[in-house]
Design a protein around this ligand. Structure first.
Ligand code: AMP
Length: 429
């Protein structure tokens, strides 16, 4: 049974902010999480970007903090929200500010890659809600710009991503600096063993809420794979964009150099493109994102880390130029399309080197992805299987394509091949 915002018992100032943002009904994660947060319980929530998870913690935090007459003292923080990337930090901060606009609370955001001095200045006044990336927060602490003795609430947002990005040591250091008596909210796209371990260490008897069936992909996303030779990937991308007249395409590249290369090649074909990744300055990333949102750029080529947290409503097309190493990233990537009921397209390029990754992805999402044939560029499924057979030393059984069942996985069967998530290199913050 669905609960309305007014039944959740949020204050008038928060209700006004909800109305200003045009939300009429709490999203499923908000329905599940807001109640326990309001009763000051620890919460462990499984929710991906796009589910309204930011509101699920920001709305009740604003309610709780605005109930008290006491505001954060100079350099103190009352609620700390840790996020893995600058982009996500900026987006969460924007959402937090919208939630508390009718209160006297103050919030700010700090992340690396930009000058630290203005951040130190802002923290001096005291900050009721601080959104931060872990590295910069520790730098600010070392410089005495931020103190935690008034901290009441900690949020770990996209905790799985923080672990993947190697932030575990920073998180542990931060945990030692903040009061043990606090409310902790842990949000993560998936509840892996590592996340459960983290929750065990840092939360106290948390209420578990989960809204998306684990690792399922949104039904409004039409997924396809194209079997292609590595050397034809760029030509395939250009053809898909031009023939379908796609205006807004998020392309995932495995590497930073790859992202640059793809964007350059598209530009030579008159397709307005930019690459975003960890080596780009914050200014360049923000600019590219804004231009992509306004469709001044048609293609944004991103690495997984840079793309994390990008929130673009109804993003119509996602291309996996390279398949992700970690199958869960496939779910994150295509979760960006088909939001708010619109249909999105997610097309993945698969070379003969990607067989294992594709298999892991299909096992994870519990379904077979249809094969798209692109005249002149795709390698048909059967030809692909023939190409691979000697290398894999498999019996020469042709692999069936789109409607075939040879490659279909059983969603009910446990997945024996799933690997633990690999840790990626920690990017410079
Ligand atoms: P998030 O998962 O927090 O990144 O939110 C995804 C998008 O959903 C954002 O654009 C929010 O503004 C929007 N959103 C959050 N809560 C609601 C709601 N209750 N109703 C409609 N849209 C919402």
């Amino acid at each position: 049974m669905s609960v309305s915002f007014s039944e959740l018992g949020l204050s008038p100032a928060v209700m006004q902010a909800i109305a200003d943002q045009g939300y009429t009904q709490p999203s499923p994660i908000q329905q599940e999480a807001i109640g326990p947060v309001l009763t000051q319980k620890d919460v462990m929530a499984a929710a991906q970007t796009g589910t309204g998870k930011t509101g699920a913690f920001a709305l009740p935090i604003v309610h709780l903090l605005s109930e008290s007459a006491h505001r954060a003292s100079p350099n103190q923080v009352k609620a700390l929200i840790l996020t893995p990337t600058r982009e996500l930090a900026a987006q969460v901060a924007e959402s937090v500010a919208a939630c508390h606009q009718h209160t006297s609370l103050r919030s700010t955001v700090v992340f690396g890659g930009v000058s630290i001095n203005p951040q130190m200045k802002q923290l001096r006044r005291g900050c009721d809600i601080l959104v931060a990336t872990p590295g910069r927060l520790l730098d600010l602490f070392q410089q005495n710009a931020v103190k935690f003795s008034e901290l009441e609430i900690l949020v770990l947002d996209e905790a799985d991503r923080m672990l993947d990005m190697g932030f575990i040591h920073d998180i542990k250091r931060i945990m030692k600096l903040i009061p043990a008596k606090r409310q902790t909210l842990l949000f993560s796209a998936t509840f892996s063993d590592d996340i459960r371990q983290l929750a065990k260490q840092f939360t106290n008897n948390p209420v578990e809420v989960s809204v998306t069936p684990k690792n399922s992909t949104a039904p409004s996303v039409e997924q396809a794979i194209v079997h292609v030779q590595k050397s034809n990937k760029t030509a395939l991308l250009i053809k898909l964009i031009q023939e379908n007249k796609w205006e807004q395409v998020l392309v995932f590249s495995r590497t930073k150099h790859g992202a640059n290369r793809i964007a350059k090649k598209l530009e030579t074909q008159g397709i307005k493109s930019a690459a975003i990744h960890g080596n780009k300055s914050q200014g360049a990333r923000t600019k590219a994102l804004a231009e992509f949102k306004s469709k001044d750029l048609n293609v944004l080529v991103a690495t997984d880390i840079a793309a994390r947290g990008i929130d673009i409503d109804r993003l119509p097309n996602v291309i996996n130029f390279d398949l992700p190493h970690v199958p869960e990233d496939y779910v994150h990537r295509i979760g960006r399309t088909g939001r708010a009921g619109a249909t999105g397209h997610a097309v993945s390029f698969v070379t003969d080197e990607d067989t294992k990754q594709l298999k892991d992805i299909q096992n994870l999402i519990g379904k077979h992805i249809d094969v798209l044939e692109v005249k002149g560029l795709s390698v048909s499924g059967i030809a692909q299987a023939a190409l691979k057979a000697p290398k894999d030393k498999r019996p020469k059984k042709p692999r069936r394509t789109s409607s075939g069942s040879a490659n279909r996985t059983n969603p009910d069967k446990p997945n024996p091949t799933r690997t633990r998530r690999q840790r990626t290199k920690k990017p410079s913050e």
